[in-house]
Design a protein around this ligand. Structure first.
Ligand code: NCD
Length: 318
């Protein structure tokens, strides 16, 4: 696999292979020296045009734990502020000969565009409201650790599905792994006809939420809203917040972060042992190690010329 742009690029077998490899890398994260030489001599460039806490730090750690060299590039503070385009930025940074570029942008489809401007492997770390495939993989990994299998699991994704790249990637990944996915939120925040284009069913109220084995809450993506989609956050929370009153004792709660406490989840739910949000963040490092390994070392031999051997000289010869 040369690039990871979308969950559409992966079948169930590939998702399982990445999760198995992530599990084998988990052991590295428990060592005192948290490093293996798998990507020694490779360069990974993190190209982030949008805010990120978890994704960026975990991609950086993942590359470093595999012994790759890492260059971090944030659009703020760079020549992007002077008007340099994404294309020119990629062409410029490609002069450093990165083997992989991890890209996050506010533009749907940008990760795919970047593949045309560089020979590096591209990993999509979020392209606008389109996709966030490594988030979906780390969520599958977290559930596999927690419950063993996703086959037959009822997963409800609740919140701003319309603007969420996480929702799109996760619906696809959860369904490929055998789960039944329901999306739930106000009609203004659920894309019209989503059940025809993605493997999920739709509901507009939390009635029936107790059927869910897993509740995956989403943040309101205010940065992608150009209109007001709900009367107020208070109204939204009153109808869609997951809290101690509607959460069943055996349900698992997930969230990609950052959480807006008191909006999509109550504080008590965030802090409860039913929430696996910290496990998701931990999974982020090992799953991204597995993804970098997959695109850089997976099926391709390193493209390096053999080091010429020095001519052997006989001691004492003239
Ligand atoms: C998500 C994102 O940026 O798409 N965060 C993340 O990567 N963990 C979700 C969000 O910002 O709400």
């Amino acid at each position: 696999m040369k690039h990871l742009l979308s969950i559409h690029d992966l079948d169930r077998e590939a998702i399982e292979r990445i999760c198995d490899r992530a599990a084998s890398f988990a052991e590295v994260s428990d060592r005192e020296i948290k490093k293996v030489p798998a990507l020694r001599g490779r360069t990974v460039l993190n190209l982030f045009y949008e805010a990120s806490t978890r994704t960026r730090s975990s991609f950086e750690l993942a590359a470093k734990r595999l012994s790759a060299d890492v260059v971090n590039f944030a659009a703020s503070g760079s020549s992007v502020e002077k008007g340099e385009s994404l294309k020119d930025t990629v062409l410029t940074l490609s002069a450093h000969k990165p083997d992989a570029i991890v890209v996050r942008t506010p533009w749907a489809g940008a990760a795919e565009l970047v593949t045309h401007w560089t020979s590096a492997s591209i990993v999509n770390a979020g392209d606008g409201k389109h996709e966030h495939p490594t988030q979906a993989l780390l969520d599958v990994y977290t559930l596999l650790r927690r419950v063993g299998s996703l086959d037959g699991l009822d997963i409800w994704i609740v919140g701003d599905v319309l603007h969420s790249r996480v929702a799109r990637s996760n619906i696809l990944a959860f369904a490929k792994m055998g789960a039944r996915v329901t999306v739930c939120g106000p009609p203004t925040l659920i894309p019209h006809g989503i059940e025809e284009s993605l493997p999920c069913r739709v509901t507009y109220t939390l009635d029936g939420i107790r059927e869910a084995d897993v509740i995956y809450a989403l943040r309101m993506q205010n940065e992608r809203m150009h209109d007001s989609y709900v009367p107020s956050l208070r109204e939204y929370a009153a109808r869609y917040q997951i809290n101690g009153r509607n959460l069943g004792p055996r349900q698992i709660v997930m969230h990609p972060g950052p959480v807006n406490r008191g909006v999509e989840l109550s504080g008590e739910v965030v802090d409860s042992p039913q929430a696996v949000i910290t496990m998701q963040v931990e999974a982020g490092v090992v799953v991204r190690m597995a993804v970098l390994y997959e695109v850089l070392a997976g099926s391709r031999a390193p493209e390096v010329a053999p080091v010429p051997t020095a001519p052997t000289t006989t001691p004492g010869a003239a």
